[in-house]
Write a protein that binds this ligand. Structure first.
Ligand SMILES: Cc1ncc(COP(=O)(O)O)c(C=O)c1O
Length: 387
């Protein structure tokens, strides 16, 4: 059955006149690769998060790779990462020839500190780094994770791809560890189409990431062509086999506009989340996500009683032109990880259970009240028919 009504997407970027004029301005300037806008975006992002250093990159995946490399992760090292995440949180470990160790989650989808502690005890010194992900935009319990870092001495990375802006009582996420990485992919809370930002406190980490972001060239490319350049600015050396991970000038210009709007955008998401929480909590077949201030509601993930009911609800919403998604297929279920690291998803029982029962509902800042009400009414209608 397909009703003749307009589809509600599960996600949609919020872009307006200011983003369009920022792009026009940069295109007209003739400087479209990384340039002045990147420097300004980095300064403004660092100010916003109260972080000493910020480095713009062309994706969060690139940023995670740079950070792990700069932390000195090498072939054979063990790096812990959540079983319940997107592949980007683990593939970067394999890029460096290191070995991922997957950790189960808690029922809020975030990494389980107690499961991590067991892994730390097993691997001891071999465990060089731990990646944690603030899933859906809900901050992990960093206090517990920092205690483990202190006890076992690993480097700690926050994958903040979902979590901007999220200020905890310890500071903005990403500033609570050795480094944090944000994503500006199209469905994220602020977007540049594709893009990301790495923040860190340590100058030598920042310098290594700056170098590796652009081919391992010992100076930034835009220095060579700007007004400040000298006659011999074309000279450069390559001191390491770096990557090509820089963000363009026009994407950085979009990012600057989005950054200024970020709190407003987050508040709109929060208001939608609160409407869902208030109206859907009485439904018998679904469980609401935890509501906390340390959340930017990138995703609104509900848990359905059983897999069968989850599939029934997803199908029902699809047939009523309401987009949904599923975050995530746990990494041990995916063939590369399963076969390469000989994993069995049953060793990650909470991830498996959440995967089998979760749905992400539509949530985006420009969602109208009538769209929100349509989602709520449809779910309530479905729930009543499944007593
Ligand atoms: C948890 C997580 N980490 C990292 C990424 C990678 O982000 P990007 O697409 O900017 O590389 C994603 C992408 O959605 C993600 O969900």
């Amino acid at each position: 059955m397909s009703l003749n009504i307009k589809k509600i997407p599960y996600s949609k970027p919020s872009l307006g006149r200011k983003e369009i004029s920022a792009v026009k301005r940069v295109l007209k300037s003739g400087w479209i690769t990384s340039g002045k806008e990147n420097l300004l975006f980095e300064d403004e992002f660092a100010d916003f998060t109260h972080s000493p250093y910020a480095l713009s990159v062309n994706s969060a995946t690139a940023g995670l790779h740079l950070l792990l490399e700069a932390l000195g992760i090498k072939a054979g090292d063990r790096v812990a990462t959540p079983a319940y995440s997107f592949t980007a949180s683990a593939e970067i470990i394999s890029y460096l020839g290191a070995v991922p160790v997957f950790i189960d989650c808690e029922d809020d989808y975030n990494i389980s500190a107690s499961a991590l502690e067991k892994v730390c005890e097993n691997y001891g010194d071999q465990l060089k780094a731990v990646i944690v992900v603030h899933i859906a935009g809900k901050a992990c319990d960093m206090k517990k994770l920092l205690e483990l870092k202190k006890k076992f001495g690993f480097s700690l990375i926050e994958d903040c791809a979902h979590a901007f802006p999220v200020v905890t009582n310890m500071g903005h996420v990403g500033t609570l560890s050795d480094g944090g990485v944000f994503s500006f992919y199209a469905n994220k809370t602020i977007t540049t189409g594709e893009g990301g930002m790495v923040i860190c406190r340590d100058k030598s980490l920042y310098q290594r990431m700056s170098l590796m972001r652009l081919h391992g060239i010992d100076r930034t490319i835009w220095d060579r062509y700007t007004g400040t350049a000298k006659w011999d600015s074309w000279k450069y050396d390559v001191v390491a086999p770096g990557y090509k991970y820089n963000l363009t000038n026009f994407q950085a210009a979009i990012g600057r506009v989005q950054l200024k709007k970020s709190v407003k955008l987050k508040n709109k998401r929060r208001d939608i989340a609160h409407k869902y929480l208030k109206n859907l909590s009485p439904c018998k077949n679904i469980q609401m996500p935890y509501s906390t201030d340390n959340h930017c509601w990138h995703l609104f993930m509900i848990k359905v009683k059983t897999t069968q009911l989850r599939d029934s609800l997803m199908k029902f919403l699809f047939e009523h032109s309401i987009g949904t998604s599923l975050h995530f297929i746990p990494l041990p279920c995916l063939s590369f990880y399963r076969k390469t690291f000989d994993l069995d998803i049953h060793d990650f029982p909470i991830s498996l259970d959440l995967y089998q029962r979760s749905i992400s509902l539509p949530i985006f800042p420009d969602m109208t009240n009538s769209m929100i009400q349509r989602v709520i009414k449809s779910i309530i209608h479905w729930d009543r028919n499944h007593e």
